[in-house]
Design a protein around this ligand. Structure first.
Ligand code: R5P
Length: 291
């Protein structure tokens, strides 16, 4: 109990200074609860308003894919350069040191692999996400796919559960072999995620990407997709930011790059410093050649 003798009288009311009521820097996020905003502000830089998320959750459907055979050797050295890591609970518990100090976008839906039919998924217990101190719940959403209803229900369930504990949800738009990767489809898929409560949407780059970004009322992060030459990947990231993306959630184009540590720094230069792709590629080569 504090000492209550001789309490100093309060006098500094500063009544002439109005208390500031600041808005929140992220698109569509101003009405969220404090805990959600706090988690989002750990993922997205309040300075640039953007994020570089490092995705290495691919093993949950693909097993030990190229670059992820030994995540202790390939991924751990990259974590310090990421604003947020996106991974499974298995990778988190077995490999990522809790001292890494990075917000986690937890792979929250799962259920099938590339050997059968993708997207027939369910979501895990919210208590597991709380135990792991997740900052974001990543849920696959297959608009137009065979498991569309299942995945949209998963999204709404994640949003409901996450809202109880102040954890935002990331809607991850799935693209199957039979789904078009154009602005019409991706803007519909992204919008469906947002309207069903996703606080952030992850989707792919396409021609007229500004249509996808502008019609989505929450921040969009760009999925990298298949491995491209480094300059092409930097150009894609630059164009996506230019056309309204709030960052990237990139996997293969970082961990399968010729020099992954140089690549993630070059991606950061594009995302946070708005460096032109050619300049960022120069940085990539400089860092690569320093070794
Ligand atoms: C996809 O379902 C996974 O969530 C990956 O994390 C995502 O595709 C991003 O990785 P990449 O940049 O390799 O496409």
């Amino acid at each position: 109990m504090p000492d209550i003798d001789e309490i100093k009288e309060a006098s500094q009311y500063n009544a002439q200074i109005a208390q500031k009521t600041e808005g929140f820097f992220l698109k569509g996020s101003n009405s969220l609860e404090w805990g959600m905003k706090d988690r989002l502000a750990r993922i997205f830089s309040p300075v640039s308003g953007r994020t570089v998320m490092l995705a290495f959750d691919h093993g949950y459907i693909m097993g030990p894919t190229s670059g992820l055979e030994r995540m202790d050797l390939t991924i751990l050295p990259l974590i310090e350069y990421a604003d947020c890591i996106m991974c499974t609970r298995g990778a988190l518990r077995t490999l990522v040191p809790p001292t890494a100090g990075k917000p986690v976008s937890l792979r929250y839906s799962a259920g099938s692999t590339v050997l059968t039919e993708l997207n027939d998924e369910c979501v895990m217990d919210i208590e597991e996400a709380v135990r792991l101190n997740a900052s974001l719940l990543a849920v696959m959403v297959a608009v137009g796919g065979k498991f569309e209803a299942v995945t949209i229900r998963n999204l709404t369930r994640a949003v409901d559960m996450g809202t109880r504990y102040g954890i935002p949800t990331l809607g991850v738009t799935a693209v199957g072999k039979d789904m078009a990767r154009d602005a019409r489809y991706l803007s519909m898929a992204s919008r469906v995620c947002a309207e069903n409560g996703a606080h952030v949407v992850k989707t792919y780059f396409c021609e007229n990407f500004e249509q996808v970004a502008s019609t989505c009322p929450v921040p969009i992060v760009l999925a990298g997709g298949k491995k491209l030459p480094e300059l092409d990947a930097l150009t894609m990231a630059y164009q996506a930011i230019d056309q309204g993306a709030s960052g990237v959630d990139m996997g293969r184009n970082i961990f399968q790059a010729g020099d992954p540590i140089a690549m993630i720094q070059a991606v950061r230069a594009v995302v946070h410093d708005r460096e032109k792709p050619e300049k960022a590629y120069e940085l990539y080569n400089t860092l690569k050649n320093e070794k």
